[in-house]
Design a protein around this ligand. Sequence first.
Ligand SMILES: NC(=O)c1ccc[n+]([C@@H]2O[C@H](COP(=O)([O-])OP(=O)(O)OC[C@H]3O[C@@H](n4cnc5c(N)ncnc54)[C@H](O)[C@@H]3O)[C@@H](O)[C@H]2O)c1
Length: 445
Amino acid sequence: MKLCVVGSGYVGLVTAVGFAEMGHTVIGVDRDEKKIAMLAQGRSPIYEPGLEELLRRNMEGGRLSFTTDLGAGVSGSLFCFIAVGTPNADDGSADLGAVLDVAAEIARNIKEYRIVVVKSTVPVGTSTKVQEIMRKVRGLSPEESHTLFDVVSNPEFLKEGSAVDDVLRPDRVVIGVDNPRVGELMKELYAPFTRNGHPVFLMDIPSAELTKYASNAFLATKISFINKMAEICDRTGADIMNVRLGMGSDPRIGMPFLYAGVGYGGSCFPKDVKALIHTGEALNIPMGLLSEVEAVNDFQKRIPGHLVDSLFPGRSDLSVAIWGGAFKAETDDIREAPSLVLIDHLIERKARVSLYDPEAMDNLKSRYGDRIRFGKDPYEILPGAEALCLLTEWRIFRTPDWDRVKSLMARPIVIDGRNQYDPRELAGRGIDCYGIGRGRSREAR
Ligand SMILES: NC(=O)c1ccc[n+]([C@@H]2O[C@H](COP(=O)([O-])OP(=O)(O)OC[C@H]3O[C@@H](n4cnc5c(N)ncnc54)[C@H](O)[C@@H]3O)[C@@H](O)[C@H]2O)c1
């Protein structure tokens, strides 16, 4: 089948590559000329494990190409995916500007029947707005418009860091349609992804749209919940890692997303929680539950900075090393990353900051320039540092050479924002380690 994917960012690019890998013919579209020029050379503008290899293979196989010309993308494609960004507007709502612009441009360009698939995360009711704007552009009534296009909601559940795998082997595919025939075509498009039994849920459009927000908000809630328990642990001497094991082994609760730490970041949870709060409030539904999830998360992101302040009160010539700048491991994405909160805080208190991240340093360099120093490996940034903050759970940071760390640092203090280390074991090596909710950290708060 032939399709185009408008928006070649984290979601659009991996989606385009995934469909091509399954044998469909795909045109990726983006208005960013630099991005498209890079992609046309088989180079990925983002880091995702396995992505570049698949990108090249499918381009060489003639199943995948890229263009800035939306008309060219739409002309031969039965399915036109919209995968552009939906950032928060000033009031917290999802800014649908890019989605609606692309919908209007698709409407201007279509010459025969097309299925417009909204893959961007959009609030319930957006697909109706997409239909309305497309009808307006073409001057069509609702009845007439179905001969020219249908609109589908098909939210994406991929996780950055394992995006390729998630797209090729989705847990589930959610498809919202108002026309059963289109539902069958969508199932056909996804058939290669779901042969091994992963479910396809065909549903009404509003339910599909809400499913995405409900999923992200629930996961964010789980993270903030365990972080709140971690705060109690820090005040009482309980250890959140024990509490986590004890509660997470209940199958109704489950272990995933039950890690206390410096809070969730990335392009999705923070913005989607905000947008869902806005949706609820616009409907006069009190959304205190999610407002608290957000407040807890903001607090968590500030913990490393608070710890530095309480360990080194009034010091202006402090040197702090940071391991990890990406919002999570296996990605170069720094959007809403906890590292940004700590770096901004340290720069404000005039500390010297040095950082190592396996993939995210280019993005951090673009943001901070020479205001922070970057190292070629985890150890290069340690000489003279009085505190080392672990903020991203990259595997390379899991089992450091502690003797080397201790010999390089001016003072052996580790702030473990991801609970990767055992504070007791490090204490045995003469290193003070402050985790999140590990009990031992409480003296420093
Ligand atoms: N990143 C994730 O992990 C993830 C996961 C699931 C869902 N989503 C959702 O998917 C959507 C896209 O997210 P993303 O992270 O891929 O965003 P992104 O910012 O990485 O990519 C968006 C792309 O769209 C392009 N674009 C914007 N306006 C355009 C236009 N008018 N014409 C052509 N191209 C245009 C931009 O140049 C950019 O390359 C969002 O709604 C997001 O919430 C993201």
